[in-house]
Design a protein around this ligand. Structure first.
Ligand code: 7RM
Length: 635
């Protein structure tokens, strides 16, 4: 029995038990069977969560692009690797075979080298969802440069923070991007960001929208002429198993984003193995994940996982609403998509538009549906199941994080019976547990607690770039010898997990993780603002929306509040990005605080959620009188 392709629930339990009883043997078998190594490992795993220090496949030598590209050339050179679907449905789709991908990655890698990039250098990639984004990522990996992809919806300040934090030498961007009917001036945003980044000496610019842009002499160069001159072969850099592959930033509950560092071998093994099993990918299938490569879902399940399996992976540049709300389903029909992986926020937005845009298209190619990014509510789950999967395609509700690198809790389609709103069972090798607030492990079923992981897995992040202490404090200090996810969960009578949401100050809006602190910092930049606090409240489409409580410096502020609201959202757009705009802004005289000065967000959350019948324990409040005032003036 190959443990690579699980087909029945019994088989799942067998594989799972084996993976927990002897994790090293289990992962060694997976790594032996399915990948190309220059040299195999001396040691499968060493770990110590107190430091924390985790190493997988130590001593092994490999290059991940050889596993994602070169090794498919003997049997699958002419198979489509990347199927690019542009923003505009009238522009032709582009199919890139494994052979062509090899050539494009090699050329790009040679350009990087000529431009002075070598192993270990950090390269920031700020590109829209066009093939060059995937090619740039793989070109970095080819030569051992560490890519740091920044989602091209982030503002110039957010971009600058990320570039500086990991001291990137180069930025790869485009003149602009298409987003539905709009264009976005990406190069302008990069120019603004780089005013504050002295580490960057080269900017490679991809031509996409043919807009007029500024090219800074000596710094900015067009990519295409360099590619035209580049050699079509590039010898892969031989990497150690634990060499960093990439950095990806994720919001934290305090100001600075965290640059999660992922390393090479473990990440490759885990993303490839999960991809194959979670989507039950077969060689002839067309797989489509609608995420952006700027997020971990795109890294692991558009680029690395699918390509390591020799899959055909669709890359979509556009948005679900352009030119109309049938766009996703039109693409499914056009490319006969077999596995479709998206986020609850997209499902809710599409469900709101009714069935007409769905019924226009033939969705019979679909076999497996995926969900990721936030809890999927029951209504959205049923809509997806009934109308997209026609009750024939299992929904894999996949729980995982930027930090975990790959899918952690998920059904295995056709093996695990699904249950609406439940991510169900741990993937083989994953040992979840629930903890109470006092640090006791909750061993029974039918309990709620904080979700932790007891044992290392190959694709876990190894550190936060430049701040190992913060890595330890954030993930390994709340509970002894356990990785703390920051999420709450419920475990039902058969051991299925239902993720209930964040227990910290991270709010998930339309599937984007937003830390409250950077948004509050931005608001406080407004000259009229004294203090602010952000909470989430339920929103039909976005899952959560943001509610801001703002104290003005001058209570008698004469400007109209509506203008101030606009200005505050403008500042947020500049500092964090438009996704962090507030839906509601309430001006208030004070904020409920504990004696130690901590804002009691719990109370603010209840007020924002109109759930004020029981505010819970308010005995530690320093200023109970403001609570009534806030309630009286709430939206
Ligand atoms: C993959 C990704 C991580 C946070 C995580 C959760 C939430 C993700 C689910 C989910 C319920 C799910 N990485 N989350 N997937 N909650 N069910 N299936 O999203 O780093 O951007 O976000 O997202 O709170 O901690 S992420």
């Amino acid at each position: 029995m190959s443990n690579y392709h699980i087909k029945h629930l019994e088989e799942y339990y067998q594989v799972y038990r084996k993976s927990v009883r002897a994790p090293e043997n289990f992962w060694e078998e997976v790594a032996e069977e399915h990948f190309l190594w220059y040299k195999k490992w001396d040691n499968v795993l060493s770990w110590d969560f107190t430091k924390p220090d985790v190493k997988w496949f130590e001593g092994a030598k490999l290059n991940i692009t050889v596993n994602c590209i070169d090794r498919h050339l003997t049997t699958n050179a002419d198979k489509t690797a990347i199927l690019f679907e542009p923003n505009d449905p009238n522009e032709e789709a582009e199919s890139i075979t494994y052979k062509q991908l090899h050539e494009r990655v090699c050329k790009f890698a040679n350009v990087l080298k000529h431009q002075g990039i070598s192993k270990g250098d950090r390269v920031c990639i700020y590109l829209p969802m066009i093939p060059e984004l995937a090619v740039a990522v793989l070109a970095c990996a080819r030569i051992g440069a560490v890519h740091s992809v920044v989602f091209a919806g982030f503002s110039s300040t957010a971009l600058a923070t990320r570039i500086n934090d990991s001291a990137c030498k180069m930025v790869i961007t485009s003149d602009g991007s298409y987003r539905g009917a709009k264009t976005i001036d990406l190069k302008g945003i990069v120019d603004e960001a780089l005013e504050d980044c002295s580490c960057v000496d080269r900017v490679l610019v991809v031509k996409r929208i043919h807009s007029k842009i500024q090219m800074k002499e000596g710094r900015d160069v067009w990519l295409q002429p360099l590619l035209d001159k580049a050699d079509t072969d590039c010898k892969p850099e031989i990497m150690d198993a634990e060499d960093p592959l990439f950095i990806l930033y994720t919001s934290g509950s305090t100001g600075m984003p965290k640059g999660m560092v992922h390393t090479t071998a473990g990440y490759m093994v885990y993303t490839a193995y999960t991809f194959k099993n979670v989507f039950q990918y077969k060689p002839e299938d067309i797989y489509w994940c609608t995420a952006d490569i700027g997020w971990i879902t795109g890294h692991s399940y558009i680029v690395y996982g699918p390509l390591a399996n020799g899959a055909t992976t669709v890359m979509f540049e556009g948005v679900p609403s352009y030119p109309d709300y049938g766009r996703f389903w039109q693409i499914v029909e056009k490319h006969k998509v077999n596995q479709f992986y998206t986020a609850p926020t997209a499902i809710r937005a599409l469900a709101k538009e009714g069935l007409e845009p769905v019924e226009k298209y033939d969705l019979s190619s679909l076999k497996v549906l995926g969900s990721v990014g936030e809890p999927i509510n029951e209504e959205a789950w049923h809509w997806y199941n009934d109308n997209i999967g026609k009750k024939q395609s299992p929904i894999v509700d996949t729980w995982w994080q930027t930090e975990t690198g790959g899918i952690m809790i998920t059904p295995i389609p056709f093996a695990t019976p699904t249950k609406p709103t439940y991510a169900t069972l741990p993937f083989p090798g994953i040992q979840p547990t629930l903890m109470d607030e006092e640090g006791n492990e909750l061993k029974n079923n039918q309990v709620s607690g904080r979700l932790c992981i007891k044992f290392p897995w190959p694709s876990m992040a190894r550190t936060i770039w430049g701040n190992h202490q913060r890595y330890k404090d954030t993930y390994f200090s709340t509970y002894e010898n356990k990785y703390f996810t920051g999420d709450g969960a419920f475990r039902d009578e058969v051991g299925y997990y239902r993720i209930t949401g964040r227990v910290d100050d991270v709010i998930i809006v339309s599937g984007h993780n937003l830390g409250t602190a950077p948004i509050e910092d931005a608001i406080n930049e407004h000259p009229a603002v004294a203090e602010s606090a952000i909470v989430g409240f339920p929103h039909d489409i976005k899952g959560n929306a943001l509610y801001g409580y703002v104290i003005l410096k001058d209570v008698g502020e004469t400007r109209r509040h509506d203008n101030l609201r606009k200005e505050i959202n403008q500042i947020i757009t500049e500092h964090v990005g438009p996704i962090a705009k507030l839906d509601k802004i309430q001006f208030t005289k004070g904020l409920p605080k504990t004696r130690s000065g901590k804002i009691m967000r719990r109370i603010l959350r209840k007020i924002a959620c109109k759930d004020t019948s029981n505010l819970g324990d308010t005995s530690t409040l320093l200023n109970p009188e403001v609570v009534k005032d806030i309630m009286d003036n709430a939206f």
